[in-house]
Design a protein around this ligand. Structure first.
Ligand code: FNR
Length: 390
């Protein structure tokens, strides 16, 4: 059963996380929740925000507070957009369509992962706001070119090329849960791990009624859509390099975002290649562990970019005050991943809407308490950061 996310007990994103944990089989919840290796960066992506302190201007009235941003010359009513989250259809029936619809209702953007269980055309159609398509080169260049054409015809307004996935990160919880075995369709391999699914009959019924084990309809191989177990090897066989950006740009002929940059030098490479925006991201701490939390490297990044292109940030955003801190440090906007994925896993559309509402209300309150009437006026004078961050 979907959780009641409008209950007064659901106050913050951690509450949605617990509801998702209740509804989902352990393997699905851990797929959302976990990070790579010892999960050091997973933890620090969130806790690094605690090191930034606010410097509010008091006795300032802000009767209207503007939360809208413009990124890639596209307008959004909120300063946060939804990040690409693969396999969302496992969390809730038609998960990607449901999430993109709720993003549109809230007036913000949705980014569709290549690893979507829903067709990109249907996802785009579901939202009234701009949607971006996140590209992996799974299956090789010809497969990607077909998808790029489809994304263009469907009306996606940017391609987001993720560059931090030359191989899947080590997610120990997935190994312990037998995720690979459960997705193998081999009953003998699946058997030792089945109990975690059988104890969630409501999730299982909904999942089966949505078609059960999905494939990836936007990765069209000659043999049909790519299957689950093919993803790992396909990622390794299709590492995205800076060289690839040239032909992707040529084929797309529109706005290009590079997602997964950590160091200022890579920002310069992106600018030289004519990229329109970068996302400072460590893939939600799911790839290389022990990298710096994203908010910590944002100042280096903003300095390197020097206003030439838009800078977005993701990683560890669980409160509206985190969004505001990133904007103070110079991000043009942020992406949220787990924050809405927990909502989707807890209750589908109402869960995503509740996650967005929680963060929006937080941002609004934080702005008023800071004495600032537009997110576009935020700057470093509203915060103190540790000396060694600059
Ligand atoms: C992701 N992320 C991701 N990124 C991407 O470029 N393509 C993808 O398919 C996925 N899939 C994915 C699945 C799940 C379950 C998660 C949690 C994340 C990374 C995502 O876009 C984003 O970078 C992080 O989620 C941001 O960190 P937070 O907000 O989750 O802490």
């Amino acid at each position: 059963m979907a959780a009641n996310v409008s209950s007064p007990a659901v106050v913050n994103i951690s509450d949605l996380r617990l509801l998702a944990k209740k509804r989902l089989p352990r393997m699905v919840f851990d797929y959302i929740d976990s990070g790579a290796d010892r999960e050091q960066t997973l933890d620090e992506n969130c806790t690094a925000f605690n090191e930034i302190l606010f410097r509010p201007r008091c006795a300032v009235a802000t009767p209207t507070t503007d939360l809208g941003i413009s990124v890639l010359d596209q307008k959004f009513q909120l300063p946060f957009l939804l990040a690409p989250v693969g396999s969302s259809r496992l969390f809730y029936p038609k998960g990607e369509i449901v999430a993109s619809r709720e993003a549109g209702v809230a007036g913000t953007g949705y980014t569709l992962s290549t690893l979507s269980g829903c067709r990109l055309e249907e996802v785009k159609q579901a939202t009234s706001c701009p949607a971006w398509y996140q590209l992996y080169l799974l299956g090789g260049r010809d497969v990607a070119l077909k998808t790029i054409e489809r994304a263009k015809s469907a009306g996606f307004s940017a391609i987001v090329v993720t560059i931090d996935t030359p191989v899947s990160g080590l997610r120990e919880r997935d190994l312990r849960n037998g995720t690979k075995e459960l997705l193998s369709r081999n009953p003998v391999k699946m058997f030792p791990y089945l109990a975690q699914i059988l104890v969630k009959p409501c999730w299982m019924t909904q999942w089966l009624s949505d078609g059960g084990l999905m494939s990836f309809p936007n990765v069209e191989l000659d043999s049909g859509p790519m299957g689950y177990t093919e993803i790992g090897p396909a990622l390794e066989a299709s590492v995205v390099t800076w060289e690839d950006l040239k032909w992707i740009k040529e084929a797309w002929q529109g706005k290009i975002v590079v997602k997964g940059v950590h160091i200022g030098d890579d920002a310069k490479k992106a600018i030289d290649l004519g990229v329109d925006a970068v996302v400072v991201s460590n893939h939600g701490a799911r790839q290389l562990d022990s990298v710096a939390p994203t908010i910590r490297v944002l100042p280096e990044f903003v300095k390197a970019v020097n206003g030439k292109i838009d800078v977005l940030l993701d990683g560890g955003i669980r409160r509206g005050s985190d969004v505001v801190k990133a904007l103070c440090l110079g991000a043009n906007g942020v992406l949220i991943g787990r924050a809405y994925a927990y909502g989707l896993g807890a209750a589908g559309g109402p869960g995503v809407a509740r996650a967005i509402e929680i963060l929006k209300t937080d941002v609004l309150r934080t702005m008023k308490l800071l004495g600032c009437s537009s997110v576009n006026d935020l700057n470093q004078s509203y915060i103190t950061i540790p000396d060694n961050w600059t």
